[in-house]
Design a protein around this ligand. Structure first.
Ligand code: SF4
Length: 341
């Protein structure tokens, strides 16, 4: 009956029916996706500043603004996140240690007032001081970025000073002295993908060593060479193939602390909060932002982005945050066992 009704109509009627059907399916699919999206922000990366003292060619959170929230607003936002289910916070930038007091006070607040299970910082390491670690170290884990043990490579990448490796060993020692979990991050790109970093990483003995495949994010690090300035970057020349990334991984996979993060796990698996406390979606296509959680709350803001909870789990995003410093070791073989919860 339906078919005969349809076939009895003109071509333009059939076209209209087709368009309406496609639109209806698209709306239902979008609503279903929204409903099935996770609304619990278990782990959040708060990039409270975009300012940085380095100029890495692959940076995908560049200096678009110099805004930093007031301490009161930042604390209010962090409390909202905790009430929405956040268990882990990572302070990032830009370079968070450009605001050492603000950073220290937020770390302390997250640990002693909000009682978060895990508080960490991702830094390029250049501004860390032993006195800061002594004062605030009991509240945090420290993750330092270092892409090469060859100083010239670090300089070419834009993160180098000629002193990175010496400073890295110093920080790992300070962390040991003050009982802080020390972790390492590396972005694998064209300039370091041939390097064998295993022996030095073993000596540094980080708790975890995350190795990211360099990622291109539209509107952040895909600028044309003619547009480059202090904030615009072009990572196109630093990109590597999946095969090159895999070769780097197979050279280091035997290390117990080694955690690979290829592009397919990275793009939407991080919940990123920017300096205005807006969630950013750095997934496929142009980067988009939600309204601020300070204005619309956490659940509403999360509706504006896609957070790939499966990739978050796949990349070990819920590893055992409660592991003690004494448990750390990159010395030894990787058991191949998945990181627990
Ligand atoms: S990637 Fe480099 S330039 Fe970007 S925030 Fe980190 S250290 Fe700074």
């Amino acid at each position: 009956m339906i078919l005969s009704a349809i076939f009895g109509r003109s071509q333009s009627d059939l076209l209209a029916i087709l368009v309406v059907s496609i639109a209806t399916i698209a709306i239902i699919t979008r609503q279903w996706k929204k409903l099935s999206l996770p609304t619990v922000p278990v782990s959040v990366n708060y990039h409270f500043t975009r300012e940085c003292n380095k100029t890495c060619g692959f940076c995908f959170h560049t200096e678009k603004s110099s805004f930093v929230e007031s301490k009161q607003n930042a604390q209010r936002g962090l409390r909202l996140l905790k009430e929405a289910g956040m268990r882990k916070i990572n302070f990032a930038g830009g370079e968070p240690f450009l605001y050492p007091r603000f950073l220290g006070e937020l770390c302390q607040y997250c640990k002693t007032v909000l009682h978060l299970e895990s508080v960490s910082i991702i830094t390029n390491g250049t501004k860390i001081t032993p006195s800061w670690l002594q004062q605030y170290g009991e509240y945090v884990d420290v993750r330092v970025s270092c892409d090469s043990f060859n100083e010239q490579t670090n300089i070419e990448i834009g993160r180098g000073s000629g002193e990175n490796v010496r400073k890295l060993f110093q920080i790992s020692q300070w962390c040991r002295t003050y009982g802080i979990k020390f972790k390492l991050n590396t972005v694998v790109c064209k300039l370091n993908c041939q390097e064998d970093m295993a022996e030095t990483v073993e000596r540094l003995a980080p708790f975890r060593w995350k190795c990211f495949q360099v990622l291109l994010v539209e509107g952040e690090n895909d600028a044309a060479d003619t547009e480059l300035d202090v904030r615009k970057r072009n990572a196109k020349n630093l990109m590597i193939s999946d095969e090159e990334y895999e070769q780097f991984c197979s050279r280091h996979r035997h290390l117990k602390c080694f955690v690979p993060e290829p592009n397919n796990l990275m793009a939407s698996s991080y919940l990123i909060l920017d300096e205005y406390m807006r969630f950013l979606d750095k997934g496929p296509g142009y980067e988009t932002a939600s309204p601020s959680i300070l204005e619309v709350g956490v659940a509403k803001a999360m509706e504006f982005i896609t957070w790939d909870a499966k990739s978050f789990r796949d990349r070990g995003g819920t590893y055992d945050w409660s592991k003690k410093v004494d448990d750390e070791s990159c010395r030894g073989k990787n058991s191949g066992k998945e990181l627990e919860w």
